[in-house]
Write a protein that binds this ligand. Structure first.
Ligand SMILES: [Zn+2]
Length: 448
């Protein structure tokens, strides 16, 4: 009898402590380097995919490119019992909107939605870009293969859909090719607005922009490291009183490095470290590269969590360049510079992050923290439907990652005995029956 109880207890603790899901390893393995290579080649061979380029030709220009992308998503869908909803989402951008829009243009995104079984209106989004450019951003006729920037991100989104469409997930997954990136982030703006208008509940946006270069202009060759850019806190609120209140709260309680995009970045970091430990995810605590931006930004602007996933070492002679040889240097973003084993790895990083998040229950919305001048930190949160339990995380205030955690069951308050509130940052995630976890929520309430 006693043995049975011990055995049961052991089984129970193994189940709740399970850190890995074998399905996720299968997903890593299923991502195909060959298919990525074929897709990048195909995209580069459209000559140019400049946002303002020809839309009528069947072989050249952004029109041909987006029709091909849509036809690929349609094909992928027919291989999974029509599991993808594939459509164009478009907005007219008028000449003169900025200096790079030299004529009226329809900015067209290609969207494929894999509908969630339990939370159809909750979305995790992976984006790449359809468009490309050369040295002059308004030159829409010259050859602009955009192999790394950003056929790699586009091919990654398509390949992730091939792999993940073989599974079912509780939350919806969106695979999207955005346009107008190089002209001023227009495709992202269009889709972010569409999402807002249609009341999408976005879990997060994984914007992939340049995921295939391993030979940096800095001389470093590195096929392990990649960057995860995230802005520190949300930037959609503009009301001065609310901003002042939030600033005051951060001054006393912290939170300046714990916005929703940062939690998404940590989730990518953790998922990678768990399932692909050979990789070196490098979080960068800034929206994007110095003074620059990408297609996650329009989503951030609408208050959604969004990050950029990108190679760690860029090569500027191979982006936004006319194809030419100058002083013995081959300029241009051409197919032969792309490293496909690396592109496969970064595509897998996206796929496993999305598979995990799409399998997880929603995060608790309200997370309260207490324990001022006490020996222990206390927590209260709202229960989430579909969660079998919760995980309380804490870390040193100087640490970038959630280093300590304590699983608690299906309860809504807990005291972390002996952990003094003053010395750490805290957060809580919801854990599903299958062991998959939501994003971590930084406390948004204080109680005594
Ligand atoms: Zn670019």
């Amino acid at each position: 009898m006693k043995t049975t109880i011990i055995a049961l207890a052991l089984l129970f603790s193994i189940t709740i402590e399970a850190q890995t899901d074998p399905k996720i390893y299968d997903i890593v393995d299923a991502v195909s380097e060959d298919r990525l290579r074929n897709d990048v080649k195909k995209l580069a061979d459209f000559g140019t995919r400049h946002t303002l380029s020809d839309t009528l030709s069947e072989t050249r220009g952004i029109g041909a490119a987006r029709r091909w992308i849509k036809s690929e998503f349609d094909k992928i869908s027919s291989n999974c019992n029509d599991c993808l909803e594939v459509f164009y989402q478009k907005d007219l951008v008028e000449k003169g909107t900025n200096q790079r829009i030299v004529k009226d243009v329809m900015v067209v995104n290609v969207v494929a939605i894999q509908r969630g079984t339990k939370y159809p209106n909750r979305y995790i989004i992976m984006s790449g870009d359809i468009d490309s450019r050369v040295s002059d951003p308004t030159d829409y006729t010259t050859d602009s293969p955009g192999a790394n920037d950003n056929a790699t991100g586009m091919a990654g989104a398509m390949e992730a859909s091939r792999v993940l469409s073989q599974y079912k997930f509780e939350n919806s997954i969106v695979y999207v090719g955005l346009s107008g990136e190089e002209q001023g982030l227009f495709g992202g703006q269009g889709l972010a607005k569409y999402a807002k208008e249609n009341e999408w509940e976005i879990i997060g946006v994984l914007n992939n922009d340049m995921i295939g270069n391993i030979t940096g202009v800095d001389g470093v060759v590195d096929n392990r490291t990649f960057r995860i850019f995230s802005e520190p806190i949300t930037t959609d609120i503009t009301d001065p009183k609310t901003l002042a209140r939030q600033a005051r709260s951060r001054r006393f309680y912290g939170g300046e490095v714990d916005g929703i995009s940062r939690q998404l970045a940590r989730y990518v970091h953790k998922t990678t470290k768990t399932y692909m430990p050979e990789m070196n995810p490098m979080m960068v605590y800034r929206l994007d590269r110095f003074g620059r931006g990408g297609h996650h930004r329009p989503f951030n602007d609408q208050g959604f969590a969004g990050i950029r996933i990108m190679e760690a070492h860029e090569n500027y002679t191979q982006q936004h360049q006319d194809i030419r040889i100058e002083n013995g240097i081959n300029y241009g973003d051409t197919f032969e510079h792309v490293n496909f084993p690396y592109c496969k790895k970064l595509t897998a990083v996206n796929a496993i992050t999305m598979a995990s998040l799409a399998s997880a229950p929603p995060s608790p919305k309200e997370v309260g923290i207490g324990g001022v001048v006490e020996a222990s930190a206390k927590f209260k949160w709202n229960k989430v439907e579909g969660a079998k339990g919760y995980k309380i995380y804490w870390r040193d205030t100087t640490s970038p990652t959630w280093d300590n955690s304590r699983y608690v069951g299906d309860i809504s308050e807990f005291t972390l005995e002996g952990i003094v509130i003053d010395n750490y940052f805290f957060g809580i995630s919801a854990v599903g029956e299958n062991g998959h976890e939501s994003l971590v929520v930084f406390p948004n309430k204080i109680f005594r």
